[in-house]
Write a new protein. Sequence first.
Length: 220
Amino acid sequence: MEAPKRATKFACNDQYQKVFKNLFNTKETTQKISIAAGASAGMTEAAVIVPFELIKIRMQDINSNYPGPMDCLKKTIKNEGITGLYKGVESTMWRNALWNGGYFGVIFQVRNSMPEAKTKGQKTRNDLIAGAIGGTVGTMLNTPFDVVKSRIQSVDAVNSAVKKYNWSLPSLLIIYREEGFRALYKGFVPKVCRLAPGGSLMLVVFTGMMNFFRDLKYGH
């Protein structure tokens, strides 16, 4: 699931950058365009992955009694309809828009702030640093919405007679009032330990692939 997610993220971001450049009648990529394109790519990515993430969340839930993902899929459709697979889509869009917007916006700023890379090694170093900082900032921005998303999609949310968590912003307030600010960042440390280096590698791999295909296209 991770590979298609990453491919969708970067492919959509690239296309949305072109859209926003045309919209604002500019050939230059600015930080605002980077943020807007990243956030838009995040929302597109969210629409694609929500059913898969919902199945994953329910399979990992301690109260889950599904023997396998196909059983979870069948029972979700049977009990909640096709739309049940998209429970939590709003919070997933918030989560992905904030992460991608923060990630690509920070990458743009960090790259411009660093000394110009003159060798491939220096370019890779700059991308590793920019990707790690972008991944960290994106995780700081989106973790509360990730917490909310998991609660909306959980098994408890389905079985409960009263739907406590429905929409992101009211759910954020409920968690904050009942459990405190720290509850909104539950799981932040392992998440940032995964996504900061992941953000570095994603950027290096994507940049390398784009350069490779560009060289093929223009015969360099």
